[in-house]
Design a protein around this ligand. Structure first.
Ligand SMILES: C[S@@+](CC[C@H](N)C(=O)[O-])C[C@H]1O[C@@H](n2cnc3c(N)ncnc32)[C@H](O)[C@@H]1O
Length: 218
């Protein structure tokens, strides 16, 4: 069985708009291959589908489903005037960011519509009704304090025993990047005693659920 993303999907992942370096994408793909046979994966923070290609590629190889949650209106840093704004992603009729059409084209072109399911809405709203155990949870949503805290309150409890929580943009050194994924997701997950770190690549942290099971509070 190949452990690398197939050449065709790698080309799609490279071409997709987004924020997922290749070594970190490979990490996601590898863990998704391990975990997807045990249950679905869920990503918080779809944007235009770059990381979803790495996850969906694993689902195509080993079977399984990847849910990806986003309101598609962009994070603070994606808004006009901010560092990561892309004006081609603004809906001209509304004057608002809308990454959903680009995501849909990206996933269609990659041939992953069967594996990757978009859930369109605010993370906390979707999560309030979520009840399905997750084999892999990838948090890459809003990077401000409030969205990071909300994602931590909402999602890690749904990781099943032995499942993994993967967190993006974890920077222990403030000189490297923003604090909330580190202070408000990664550190509390470890402090909860429910998760133990199993791998680090770049700003990605992989934590395995070593105590409790899906639905138990974290
Ligand atoms: C860093 S981007 C995700 C990057 C993506 N994983 C990739 O590979 O390119 C963060 C995304 O989270 C979404 N987001 C931010 N806060 C959110 C919230 N509260 N609910 C749902 N989506 C949110 C934004 O719309 C944005 O698309």
């Amino acid at each position: 069985m190949p452990t690398h993303l197939s050449a065709d999907l790698l080309a799609h992942a490279r071409a997709a708009k987004g924020f997922m370096p290749e070594d970190e994408g490979e990490l996601l793909h590898r863990w998704a291959r391990v975990r997807l046979p045990h249950g679905p994966a869920l990503e918080v923070g779809t944007y235009c589908g770059k990381s979803a290609i790495w996850l969906g590629g694993a689902a195509r190889e080993v079977g399984g489903t990847v849910f990806t949650v986003d309101h598609h209106r962009g994070s603070e840093e994606n808004q006009a005037g901010w560092e990561h704004h892309d004006e081609t992603l603004v809906d001209p009729a509304l004057g608002l960011m809308d990454t959903l059409p680009t995501f849909r084209r990206t996933i269609h072109a990659a041939g992953l519509e069967e594996q990757v399911v978009a859930v369109v809405g605010r993370s906390e709203t979707v999560g309030a009704w979520w009840r399905t155990p997750l084999s892999l949870l990838f948090i890459d949503g809003g990077h401000g304090v409030e969205p990071a805290r909300a994602d931590f309150r909402t999602w890690p409890r749904w990781v099943e025993a032995d499942g993994v929580l993967v967190v993006h943009d974890v920077f222990p050194d403030p000189a490297d990047g923003g604090r909330p994924p580190y202070e408000d997701i990664y550190l509390p997950a470890l402090a909860s005693g429910a998760f133990s770190e199993v791998e680090v690549v770049g700003s990605m942290r992989v934590l395995r659920r070593t105590s409790g099971d899906a639905g138990d509070p974290v």
